[in-house]
Design a protein around this ligand. Structure first.
Ligand code: FE2
Length: 302
């Protein structure tokens, strides 16, 4: 598939290009699910911030999100994509689909690409859902009917050594355990405090299959990342996901979805100055492990 992500080459100021061509860009995004802007003049995070501003939609901030990843703001609109170590693979996911609050689109910007590995795998979840309906119809139907619940353990303080290391204080934007419990009640989560000050939370049943505007379905969830990747000193991936009614989702359940997603994945190989725009409802993303210097920044659209 050479049309994915769809390549848009040009030169000059990307902010001006996005502002002038917003309609055409959105139509291309609707069609392809992911766009790669290459050859434009985007030398630094300030220029990337301006490009996102030029696109002109409201932002979705890291502070407001319930993301598990440790991140750092670079400009008000731009933050580091994930502070997890280079050797850690970030598996395919829809951004923040493990929470009730998720962005509709994501911008990525490659500032430094002096690495081996480090591609951003992209996978069309509408195609995953379509194929899953053929090979595992009962699993897909059950996900659609029940939704899914995610369980994870958040440390008391940020742990940058983990892809899931964001503290409960930061994740929930609270200072005390009392405030945390109020927030969790608002979200419909259940929870347990652990002896070391960390917090285990289980979400309400969240959608795992999303109806797209034209009637297609999308495998819109965080199941693959949770099942393959939520592993650290606090988290056991085998306990991370259940169907909405509480029964575990097993390795056997996940196998066809993982195989299809791997088959349908295309690696976005970065060059410095590249900007990608990803429809978060139709396309999953991740991060390949890498060696060397890689800096990819992100900005989220509400
Ligand atoms: Fe992500």
């Amino acid at each position: 598939m050479t049309d994915f992500p769809a390549l848009i080459t040009g030169g000059g100021d990307l902010a001006a290009f996005l502002k002038t061509n917003k309609g055409a860009v959105d139509a291309a995004l609707e069609d392809a699910g992911a766009l790669l802007f290459r050859g434009f003049d985007v030398p630094d995070p300030i220029a990337f911030d301006a490009a996102v501003e030029g696109y002109g939609e409201a932002g979705f901030t890291y502070e407001d999100s319930l993301s598990n990843a440790v991140r750092t703001n670079v400009t008000p609109r731009v933050f580091t994509a994930n502070e997890a170590p280079p050797s850690t693979e970030i598996f395919l996911h829809h951004e923040m689909a493990q929470t009730p609050l998720y962005p509709s689109k994501l911008f990525f910007y490659c500032e430094v690409a002096e690495m081996t590995g480090g591609a951003t795998p992209l996978c069309r979840s509408d195609r995953v859902a379509e194929r899953l309906a053929e090979v595992a119809p009962d699993f897909l139907a059950r996900l659609e009917a029940e939704g899914v619940r995610y369980t994870n353990v958040m440390p008391g303080d940020d742990d940058a050594g983990s892809g899931q290391g964001r503290s409960w204080r930061s994740t929930l934007s609270v200072a005390t355990s009392e405030e945390a419990e109020t927030r969790l009640m608002e979200l419909g989560y259940s929870w347990a405090w652990l002896e070391d000050g960390s917090l285990r939370v289980t979400t309400a049943a969240l959608p795992a299959v999303r109806a797209l505007r034209d009637g297609r379905r999308s495998f819109f969830n965080q199941l693959i990342a949770a099942f393959r990747g939520w592993s650290d000193s606090r988290n056991d991936p085998n306990k991370a996901i259940t169907f909405g009614e509480g029964e575990p989702i097993t390795a056997e359940d996940m196998a066809p979805a993982i195989a299809l997603a791997d088959e349908l994945t295309v690696d976005c190989e970065w060059q410095a100055g590249d900007v990608a725009l990803v429809d978060n409802f139709t396309v999953m993303h991740g991060r390949r492990p890498f060696q060397g210097k890689r800096r990819v920044l992100a900005s989220l659209v509400a």
